[in-house]
Design a protein around this ligand. Structure first.
Ligand code: FE2
Length: 283
């Protein structure tokens, strides 16, 4: 908690612009994701901003926001069960592994609210009975954020063990940066109120779906970033150009207006952003 009024029911207020430039970046990204939701083929496996989830359910409380770039995701104790050298994998599911299926998706941002690619995320957790595998690597695995700064973990809902509320452990490290060790929590857990380690800023947004639970959480790392010129007519390097391979979420300027790409495509004459609303949305 930071006393800035961005917690609790302030989820909507979290999205109010403070810095037009930074928020514009975030708005563009969210707009791209929202647009992606209208394109089912592009939605498969796609991540979601935590606050995008929150729009359909309860406010995420103290979920770290990426609005002014000065409140990184809080650290938490590692606990006694971390093991190095986990396998690289995005799914921790194994044949015969009992438990309720859980997906966790989100982004990793730096201080300027720009996504970070190549960030290591090393997850470990208890099984559905609350036990950690300390001899092998069951329910342990690491992965890296993709070029859009997103990650996706497939696992099971961790069980409870004495003295703790339900949680996931994770280490997050941007290339050549220090490690953030923290934990993620589930809303509406009775033990959240009695667990002395619990931190509501680390609550995921969680909903039913995918045959189990779907969770979202965005990390903000203490990594300085240059927010750059931002979208707009003052960014000539982002001027829409034929023959360019654009990805979902890319933004360009065309005729002094900013647009965000809705679907991956290679541009060509006649597909200028104002002419193809299926591909470009005004930012
Ligand atoms: Fe634990």
């Amino acid at each position: 908690m930071d006393g800035s009024g961005r917690d609790g029911a302030g989820a909507g207020a979290q999205e109010e612009p403070r810095s037009g430039r930074l928020v514009h970046r975030k708005t563009v990204l969210r707009a791209a994701l929202a647009a992606t939701a209208a394109v089912p083929v592009a939605l498969i496996g796609g991540p979601a901003l935590a606050r995008t989830f929150a729009a359909g359910g309860p406010a995420p409380g103290l979920t770290p926001s990426c609005d002014d770039g000065d409140h990184p995701t809080p650290e938490q104790i590692e606990g006694p069960y971390f093991k190095p050298n986990s396998p690289q994998r995005t799914s921790l599911l194994e044949p015969g592994l009992p438990g309720t299926r859980l997906t966790v998706t989100g982004y990793v941002f730096g201080r300027a609210c720009l996504p970070l690619s190549g960030v290591l995320l090393d997850f470990w957790q208890a099984d559905t009975n609350g036990a950690y595998d300390n001899t092998g690597f069951r329910l342990r695995g690491h992965q890296f954020t993709d070029s859009r700064g997103s990650f996706a973990l497939t696992t099971i809902v961790p069980g409870l063990y004495p003295g703790r509320t339900r949680h996931l452990h994770v280490k997050v490290q941007a290339p050549h940066r220090s490690v953030l060790t923290t934990q993620l929590y589930f809303p509406n857990e009775p033990r959240n109120n009695t667990d002395t380690i619990f931190d509501s800023r680390l609550l995921m947004t969680v909903r039913d779906g995918g045959g189990g639970r779907e969770a979202a959480f965005d990390f903000v790392l203490d990594v300085p970033q240059d927010p750059g010129p931002g979208p707009g007519p003052s960014s000539p390097e982002n001027t829409w150009t034929p023959g360019t391979a654009y990805r979902t979420g890319d933004w360009v300027t065309y005729a002094a207006r900013a647009y965000v790409c809705l679907q991956p495509h290679t541009s060509q004459p006649g597909w200028e952003p104002p002419a193809v609303p299926a591909l470009w949305q005004p930012a």
